[in-house]
Design a protein around this ligand. Structure first.
Ligand code: ATR
Length: 272
């Protein structure tokens, strides 16, 4: 049985063991997948131990994604742009790093029939989570990608880093009143029960609202958007399962089916 782990601190909340175990069953792959919580200064040692134990790979979540990048011998383009790694593969003595978060988001949006080509997209937030999804979103050829953030300089810095003429950065108060097809909340505000302070006028019956966070109830942002009669509101559970599917595919060369696992996980969360 080949061994995989997810590293994070904290890690108790992680759904990754559930998801990967379900994928393994579905695709008949003989793997074990567990969660591990290294001490904050113990990530590198934990990875070395996993490699010594013949582990084949690992997922990495907060706060170790940047450290994971430092450990890699080779990085995918996506991981380089994201400056963070969520998928480690150990092959012939080398460590390979990838970042599947953005693919997970795009896959989930497409699964919901959200049209990204030529779309006007607004992203709220400019932290690590945003950095990871910009390249896969740009690859879908949107018309515009506006990054709005509480700290304006961080939004502008991201635009400079990616150097795409489709991107602009601004503060929440300076969002031009374009009709956005899609608004993605990637701030960590949902985690504390808050929502980014954007104008109600940005939500029309044509706007799809996505929150990268998921929880049992609608997040404050999605609740607000629903009240304003947004076209659709979608939470980030599908992104979570989607990024896991991409990691599984990198390791095992088999793309699992997301839908059933996502439905089962939703039931599991609702019952918890
Ligand atoms: P992550 O990896 O989840 O992106 P992060 O890098 O710490 O975490 O970034 C958090 C993001 O949420 C930032 O864009 C942050 O805004 P600032 O750059 O101005 O700090 C945003 N954020 C956090 N709390 C927020 C709040 N209450 N309202 C609006 N934005 C918030």
């Amino acid at each position: 049985m080949e061994k995989y782990l997810v590293f994070g601190n904290p890690i108790k909340q992680s759904r990754s063991p559930y998801i990967h175990t379900a994928f393994a069953k579905q695709t008949q792959q003989a793997i074990s997948y567990q969660a591990q919580q290294p001490e904050l200064d113990g990530f590198k040692a934990a990875v070395k131990t996993l490699i010594a134990e013949q582990g084949k790979g690992a997922n990495v979540t907060a706060p170790f994604k940047e450290q994971a990048m430092q450990l890699c011998d080779e990085l995918s383009e996506r991981a380089k742009h994201a400056a963070a790694v969520n998928t480690l593969s150990f092959i012939d003595g080398k460590i390979y790093g990838d970042n599947t978060d953005g693919l997970g988001l795009v896959q989930d949006l497409l699964r919901h029939n959200v049209v990204l080509k030529n779309a006007n997209i607004l992203i709220l937030g400019a932290g690590g989570a945003v950095k990871g999804v910009i390249l896969p979103l740009l690859e879908q050829q949107p018309a515009t990608l506006v990054i709005a953030n509480r700290t304006v300089s961080k939004a502008q810095a991201l635009c400079e880093q990616f150097g795409s003429d489709k991107m602009t950065g601004c503060g929440f108060d300076d969002i031009k009143n374009t009709t956005f097809d899609l608004i993605i909340n990637a701030t960590s505000a949902s985690l504390t029960g808050e929502q980014p302070p954007i104008s109600e006028q940005l939500i029309t019956e044509k706007t799809i609202c996505y929150d990268m966070v998921y929880r049992k109830e609608l997040t404050p942002f999605l609740h607000w958007a629903q009240e304003l009669k947004a076209k659709a509101v979608i939470d980030g559970l599908g992104m979570l399962v989607g990024q896991a599917a991409e990691s599984f595919n990198i390791w095992r060369g088999v793309m699992p089916e997301v839908e059933q696992v996502l439905n089962d996980l939703r039931v599991e969360i609702n019952n918890s």
